[in-house]
Design a protein around this ligand. Structure first.
Ligand SMILES: *Cc1c(COP(=O)(O)O)cnc(C)c1O
Length: 404
């Protein structure tokens, strides 16, 4: 037993609120690899939950953060800073064509997006947001209320008003929820925490049409599925639809906290001075990390790589369904991938961790893979070998029986 690991976890037990089910004590990372405090190395196919799209400590991002930290970390939003302007230009140009607001997290970006929608609807008395069952939008009170999962809300009642829930991928169910106070529909183009479930083509196109007909805003939570993860910069781009607003966070700053609201033209002029704010939001250091992240994704052509590698990886994972009884299939988009099991994924995830591969149990039966978009071919080979061995072991088979 390691003394370093135990020393850290002991401090946690005494001084850190136990909101998480934590295991390893991680110490340093590079690319797809991460080391624990006792020197054991892991292939991280979870990417800090879709944060490290360009891998751990990408030299380009590290340099940008170091240089900016030495120059100017923070200015209040009473002043302009060049990095925020450049980042807003880059993000708006990718797809949305409007303006941005910067925050520090996914929940804060979604909270701001909900406020923006309410401010737009306020003169017409509209405020209610239709959210999807099984969605995830954050842990603040409003974003927990927007999240269509009882377990996120339970114990925190009364929840803020103004949210209702429709079945994901069911347009008729969304229609049923519309009333005179409805202002917007909020959707993830690929549900992440809900179990890696992509929206159907007809659903996303139908939502856009429905929102236009009923004068509602279409809001996309791209916190997890954005930033190239699914093989497009924004996951909604797969559907050929344009929402009125999107939120970003996770991979935007490669681990430096930053979130963003990216609006289309319709919502660009709604916030006026004094209506919304965030002390750290869009400070020059966070924006430097995000600008460098965008550079890496562009220069290493990682959006196309996510698409190509995702297709290949999903095909290979799908093959395990022919061999292993508890593997039912694979689903996802690009490098947002879920291996669907017929049982609790946690024991398998633990086995994988033991063998040096990190993946995330999601929902009741899904093991989620979110490798860095620039993970190397040989890292996929190694990950698939570890997975094959662990699946065989978990099924009580030798690899010979499994046909290796
Ligand atoms: C992680 C996540 C959030 C919340 O982001 P935080 O930075 O943890 O507040 C919101 N929406 C989706 C889709 C997410 O995956």
């Amino acid at each position: 037993m390691s003394t370093k690991h135990d020393a850290v976890t002991k401090l946690y037990q005494q001084y850190v609120m136990s909101t998480y089910a934590q295991t390893l004590v991680l110490d340093k990372g590079r690319g797809t690899k991460v080391w624990d405090i006792d020197g054991k190395v892991y292939l991280d196919f979870a990417s800090g939950i879709a944060v490290l799209n360009v891998g751990y400590s990408h030299p380009r991002v590290v340099k940008a953060v170091q240089d900016q930290a030495a120059r100017l970390m923070h200015v209040s939003n009473l002043y302009f800073n060049e990095n925020q302007a450049l980042l807003a230009e880059r993000l708006s140009t990718i797809a949305m064509g409007g303006r941005c607001f910067f925050a520090n997290s996914g929940a804060e970006a979604n909270e701001g997006m909900i406020k923006l929608a309410r401010l737009w609807g306020n003169p017409k008395g509209k405020y209610e947001v239709i959210c999807m069952k099984n969605s995830f939008h954050g842990r603040t009170l409003a974003t927990a209320a927007a999240t269509g999962q009882i377990k996120v809300q339970k114990g925190f009642e009364p929840m803020p008003e103004g949210f209702c829930y429709a079945d994901f991928n069911n347009l008729a169910s969304v229609k049923e929820q519309i009333n005179e106070s409805t202002v917007a529909v909020l959707v993830e183009a690929v549900q992440g925490e809900g179990g890696v479930i992509p929206a159907d083509d007809a659903f996303m196109k139908g939502l856009r049409k429905l929102c236009d007909e009923s004068e509602l805003l279409m809001l996309c939570d791209e916190v997890q599925c954005g930033m190239g993860r699914t093989g497009q910069w924004f996951a909604f781009e797969h559907y050929g639809v344009q929402p009125d607003c999107a939120s970003l966070a996770k991979a935007l700053g490669s681990g430096f906290p930053i979130g963003a609201i990216v609006s289309g033209p319709k919502l660009s002029e709604i916030f006026k001075p004094g209506k919304h704010a965030s002390t750290f939001g869009g400070n020059p250091l966070a924006c430097a990390a995000a600008l460098a992240t965008l550079d890496v994704i562009e220069e290493e052509e990682l959006v196309a790589r996510a698409s190509d590698k995702g297709t290949e990886f999903m095909e290979l994972l799908g093959g395990f369904a022919d061999v292993y009884e508890h593997v039912k299939g694979v689903r996802g988009r690009g490098l947002m991938v879920g291996l669907v099991l017929d049982t609790d994924p946690k024991p398998l995830a633990e086995k994988l961790m033991e063998a040096g591969l990190l993946a995330i149990p999601t929902g009741d039966t899904v093991l989620r893979f979110l490798p860095p978009l620039n993970a190397k071919d040989e890292e996929y080979e190694e990950a698939l070998e570890i997975l094959d061995d662990c699946l065989a072991d978990w099924h009580g088979m030798t690899t010979d029986e499994a046909g290796e």
